[in-house]
Design a binder for this molecule. Structure first.
Ligand code: RFL
Ligand code: PHB
Length: 396
């Protein structure tokens, strides 16, 4: 839909998973909302990102009424492998914590949410420009933007900033009201998507002296692989043949022998960073998802954190409209941040444990500690349990 009312209850900026999921949940609670998205729907769907959903995220998608295809096509995984020195160690999620994760691409999830939104006749404006949240400190905020060459404004009760790390919402909060925490890693992930069967039934996280690698998947016929590359690496240096050869070198020989190669249908490099903004609210503007925080992808937490922010925000807004209570909205930032910092810790820790840090060439001590920590964790039921508990997601 491309009609645009002049007023709505919640104006959502960004049609990524956070914005779309919030819109769907609010609509089901009878709360009117409009989404403004900078890019086209096709562009949003072309971004290949997350693949692993926690059970809590799946439950939220069920509540939003968008989980039918996910249940049909998503792959339920009861464990994953960590490969150290060529040996595979299985983290048995089912046995350790009695839960599974679902492997289902962010692209598919986004498509399901977009279709549900269109079917419900909810208003989404794509390719909007120059989005500006205004009067966020008062009780009548509004958002100005340009759509189809025309300057427009929508008034609202609340603004949800779901516009990702590079969005405008965080930037529209006075800098002195925010504190940010950031860590940039000296490497990135080079990802390749190909229509070949996955090399193994479950994901394999590989620690290797040449650098980290990850074998993931999207379906029985589509694989997603990642390689640690130095920060600033150029995509041109990684033609498909070089990618496959390097991946083989980082895999144990029995796994490498089972690898199916095929032409990349997508290939991109993502820098790795940890980032948190505090607080996640200013006046009537609430930040959710990547707009407020970033984790390195090693723990598979980014999309899942976006979903838990949305769960808290939906609750706060629901209480406001149903009962006239602001308590949930007032507690929003703190509730989110408690969970976020635990996921930040886990993601940083998994990243530190499995990647090769440039300084390790001479800092052999750090490398030995990394090896000792891995050996300890993998030999300890408590160690494996800690990994499993975090991987399936801490309670909301
Ligand atoms: P998004 O997806 O960035 O969506 C934000 C949307 O806002 C739009 N936007 C604007 N709209 C209007 N006006 C503006 N001024 C705007 N500026 C931006 C953007 O166009 C976009 O459509 O944020 P959201 O919704 O918070 O979702 C977050 C997730 O996308 C992200 O956390 C995950 O993809 C992270 N992630 C993973 N998360 C997991 O939970 N499990 C994983 O396995 C996983 N793997 C990954 C990942 C991220 C990766 N990359 C590329 C960073 C693997 C990778 C490689
Ligand atoms: C993915 O399939 O894209 C994926 C899976 C697990 C991760 C990160 C990315 O930890």
């Amino acid at each position: 839909m491309s009609d645009s009312p002049v007023r709505t209850q919640v104006l959502i900026v960004g049609a990524g998973p956070a914005g779309l999921l919030l819109g769907q949940l609010l609509a089901r609670a009878g709360i009117d909302n409009v989404i403004l998205e900078l890019r086209s729907a096709a562009h949003v769907l072309s971004r290949i990102r997350a693949g692993v959903l926690e059970p809590g995220t799946v439950a939220l998608l069920e509540e939003a009424g968008v989980a039918a295809r996910l249940h049909r096509e998503g792959l339920r995984h009861g464990g994953f492998e960590i490969c150290v020195d060529g040996a595979l160690h299985r983290i048995d999620l089912q046995a350790l914590v009695g839960q599974q994760v679902t492997v289902y691409g962010q692209t598919e999830l986004t498509r399901d949410l977009m279709e549900a939104r269109a079917a419900a006749g909810l208003s989404t404006l794509y390719e909007v420009d120059d989005v500006r949240p205004l009067e966020i400190e008062g009780t009548e905020p509004r958002v100005a933007f340009v759509h189809a060459g025309q300057r427009r404004e929508i008034r609202c009760d609340f603004i949800a900033g779901c516009d990702g790390f590079h969005g405008v919402c965080r930037a529209s909060i006075p800098a002195e009201r925010l504190r940010t925490y950031e860590k940039v890693y000296p490497f990135g992930w080079l990802g390749l998507l190909a229509d070949v069967p996955p090399v193994a039934p479950e994901l394999i996280y590989v620690r290797h002296e040449r650098g980290f690698a990850l074998c993931s998947q999207r379906s029985p016929t589509r694989s997603r692989y990642y390689l640690q590359v130095p920060a600033g690496a150029a995509l041109e240096a990684w033609p498909d043949s070089v990618f496959w050869a390097e991946l083989r070198r980082r895999l144990p020989s029995a796994v490498a022998a089972a690898l199916h190669e095929g032409p990349a249908i997508e290939k991109s490099i993502a820098p790795l960073r940890s980032f948190v903004t505090e607080p996640m609210r200013h006046g009537r503007l609430f930040l959710a998802g990547d707009a407020a925080h970033i984790v390195p992808p090693t723990g598979a937490k980014g999309l899942n954190l976006a979903a838990s922010d949305v769960a808290y925000l939906r609750q706060g807004l629901g209480d406001f409209y149903r009962r006239g209570s602001s308590a949930g909205l007032d507690a929003y930032s703190q509730r989110c941040l408690q969970r976020i910092w635990k996921a930040e810790r886990f993601s940083w820790w998994m990243t530190s444990l499995l990647h090769r840090f440039p300084s390790q060439g001479d800092a052999a001590f750090d490398q030995r500690l990394q090896e000792a920590e891995l050996a300890y964790l993998l030999s300890s039921a408590h160690g494996r349990g800690m990994i499993a508990e975090n991987y399936v997601g801490l309670p909301l």
